[in-house]
Design a protein around this ligand. Structure first.
Ligand code: NAD
Length: 484
């Protein structure tokens, strides 16, 4: 059985205590590989390796650092099919999604920041002919990068790329549920000759391998993506050391459809927003609000398109809906479907384990895409993040009402608004408390824009200049100008 290894100081190594964790293929429910059960001593080694590499790496010209990153990106692109297959097996997601969206995006992340670092400018401020202020932005040292299971390589490289482009070195802790493509990334880095210690990857559980990274005194920068409860623990753990911390957390994103929307685009996009990656994208729209005059027709078409989604073996090219990531997550999502019934909801389609799966997938964690109506906006199903293939649809009567409902959760990550009325589009976009508002689209991404959440969805922003700033420390130098 394949053994995934840590990547520390340029070497692929086992955990120092020799322990292993099982890695399960969600589509089959079977253990198919093992990963190191790393602990504090492995984190210490990785942080020491990153610390030793810092002076050399941060001292390289930007173009040299970029060259390594372009090389790693090229290796991932050359291995697209292997990476996509590995991601699909590890997560249960359709291979088509991994092949067309996720692995290409990992490549793009590396290329984007390798390019960006060669085109950055810093600020200068002239003070009344008395002084010239300029801002030096220096890398901060070792960055700790903790990532989740839903888009494993995509989100890991979204952190690694800006961290190392700006001259930091890094210790990454990928999710223990989906370690495989991080392992393939470490092989690509080694093959590209990335200097030892620039990127280190420590595998293992959140408590044993993640937590020691958050409290390590030699890790001044910490970027986390994952659940809000974990984010809270990390905020507490890092606060005492005054670490610079970015937290990207959960969401309960609204999709708002006004009656004047272009329904030929709105309905299929709302279905995609609800169920892509089995609803396991932090940006998925899990609450759909439809203006009452359009409600009945919308629901009919929405349910029709949902029930046409092809569910099957994630490795089959035709599959649109794969498995959810783990048995624990399957139980959690099924629990919310039960709760939707208890809270008075009507299940219009789905609501059960998938049927008619190929033999190989009989013990996998497949849930039918599920549409629920008849629930109030303030019930638990509409307030708590389910993070699975379950969506609620509700009618609304006016703009104030729907904005109130859209904003009426603890979360504020993203939203999607559908209307042909441009004034209303701007007005509603301004009123919604979410880090991203898509108008007449969903998941249209530009890597330059600020990305992150409000309220319990996040602290800080990733993307473009925001990321370059996060991973650097600004220092103002004030130079007195001689007055004649
Ligand atoms: P999670 O919080 O359980 O785990 C995320 C990572 O944190 C994993 O690597 C885990 O091992 C680690 N971890 C767990 N406990 C830790 C601790 N005490 N100290 C340090 N590290 C610890 O999240 P998940 O279940 O892997 O991911 C799903 C969640 O991620 C959802 O809530 C989803 O909305 C969120 N998410 C957010 C974004 C975003 O950009 N805002 C993107 C993707 C996913």
């Amino acid at each position: 059985m394949e053994r995934i290894l840590n990547y520390v100081g340029g070497e692929l190594v086992e955990a120092s205590a020799g322990g292993w964790l099982d890695n399960v293929e969600p589509a089959t429910g079977r253990v198919y590989s093992r990963l190191p059960d790393s602990d504090e001593s492995d984190v210490d080694c990785a942080v020491a390796a990153a610390g030793s590499a810092f002076a050399g790496w941060s001292g390289l010209p930007a173009v040299e650092r970029a060259r390594f990153m372009f090389d790693v990106a090229q290796r991932i692109e050359d291995g697209l099919e292997d990476f996509a297959r590995a991601e699909s097996i590890d997560t249960g997601k359709p291979i088509q999604l991994a092949r067309t969206v996720e692995i290409p995006r990992a490549v793009a992340n590396l290329r984007f920041f390798a390019g960006a670092i060669q085109h950055t400018a810093s600020e200068t401020h002239v003070t009344d002919n008395q002084a010239l202020n300029y801002t030096l932005r220096r890398p901060r040292g070792v960055a700790g990068l903790i990532s989740p299971w839903n888009l494993p390589l995509y989100l890991l490289t979204w952190k690694v790329a800006p961290a190392i482009a700006t001259g930091n070195t890094a210790v990454a802790k990928p999710s223990e549920l989906t370690p495989m493509t991080a392992y393939l990334l470490s092989q690509a880095c080694r093959d590209a000759g990335l200097p030892a210690g620039v990127l280190n990857i420590v595998h293992g559980s959140g408590v044993r391998a993640g937590a020691p990274l958050t409290t390590h005194p030699d890790v001044p920068t910490l970027s986390f993506t994952g659940g809000t409860a974990t984010g809270g623990l990390i905020a507490e753990a890092t606060a005492k050391q005054f670490k610079k911390t970015a937290l990207e957390m959960g969401g309960k994103n609204p999709t708002i459809v006004f009656a004047d929307a272009d329904m030929d685009t709105a309905v299929p996009t709302a279905v995609r927003a609800s169920f892509s990656n089995q609803g396991q994208i932090c940006l998925c729209g899990s609450r759909v609000f439809v203006e009452r005059p359009a409600y009945d027709a919308f629901v009919e078409r929405f349910v029709e398109l949902t029930s046409e989604l092809v569910q099957g073996d994630p490795l089959d090219d035709a599959t649109q809906q794969g498995a959810v990531v783990s048995k624990a997550h399957y139980d959690k999502v099924m629990g919310y479907i039960d709760l939707a019934r208890e809270e008075g909801g009507t299940i219009l389609t789905g609501g059960a384990a998938a049927e008619n799966l190929p033999q190989r997938c009989r013990d996998g964690y497949f849930i039918q895409p599920t549409v629920v109506t008849g629930l109030p906006a303030d019930c638990r199903v509409n307030q708590e993040e389910i993070f699975g293939p379950v969506v609620t649809v509700m009618p609304f009567d006016d703009e104030d009402e729907v904005v109130g409902w859209a904003n009426g959760t603890d979360y504020g990550l993203s939203s999607s608004v559908w209307t042909e009325n441009v004034s209303r589009a701007h007005r509603v976009a301004d009123r919604i408390a979410s880090g991203t508002v898509w108008v007449n689209c969903w998941l249209l991404r530009d890597l330059r824009v600020p990305f992150g959440g409000m309220k319990h969805s996040g602290v800080g922003r990733e993307g473009g200049d925001e990321a370059l700033r996060f991973y650097t420390e600004p220092k103002n130098v004030c130079l007195r100008m001689e007055a004649k």
